[in-house]
Design a protein around this ligand. Structure first.
Ligand SMILES: CC(C)(COP(=O)(O)OP(=O)(O)OC[C@H]1O[C@@H](n2cnc3c(N)ncnc32)[C@H](O)[C@@H]1OP(=O)(O)O)[C@@H](O)C(=O)NCCC(=O)NCCS
Length: 143
């Protein structure tokens, strides 16, 4: 496949972005309320860096980064269309992120079964961090 990468476009098409999140299991609704769908790319628009992978007009992968562009950068929402997984696109997206701020510390939180993907790219499990604490967003809180 002929994949092109875009590291400047942040306003990704919301339907295609939502489709990727459904395939990743991060969005459970096939048809979200319009106000959710139309804001689906907002976290990307307000991120420091967004890199997307395309086959022609089809969005096949994304990643976004929150970074101070100096000391610390955090990876979010790395997702590849299942039809395009296993072709090196995920690794390429992460490598391109790191190339933007190569001197920065890089952090990512992921499920255990994805850790070895990041380890192949050079990440190590951070044993200094014994617990990871959070307050869920309003969108994650169960009724
Ligand atoms: C995890 C994910 C991003 C990997 O992207 P991908 O494009 O399929 O991965 P690549 O083809 O670039 O794989 C690079 C290497 O990692 C390995 N790898 C791929 N997915 C892996 C996984 N889930 N666990 C462990 N290793 C994995 C590949 O075998 C490959 O190894 P190789 O270089 O020895 O051949 C993709 O499977 C995905 O979108 N999953 C669903 C969403 C998700 O879990 N995202 C991570 C959130 S933090």
């Amino acid at each position: 496949v002929n994949i092109s990468y875009n590291d400047t476009k942040k306003d990704l098409p919301v339907e295609q972005l939502h489709y990727l999140f459904v395939t990743a299991g991060w969005s459970d609704s096939e048809t979200p309320p319009l106000n959710i769908l139309e804001n689906f790319n907002r976290p990307f628009i307000d991120s420091t860096l967004v890199i997307s992978a395309w086959e022609d007009e089809r969005l096949v992968g994304t990643v976004r980064v929150l970074s101070d562009k100096f000391i610390r950068s955090v990876i979010y929402d790395l997702v590849i269309d299942p039809e395009y997984q296993g072709k090196g696109i995920g690794a390429e997206l992460v490598k391109r992120c790191i190339a933007h701020y190569p001197n920065s510390e890089w952090l990512v939180g992921c499920l255990k079964n994805v850790a070895s993907f990041y380890e192949k790219i050079g990440f190590k499990v951070d044993t200094n961090c014994e617990v990871f604490l959070s307050i869920p967003s309003i969108y994650q809180r169960s009724e």
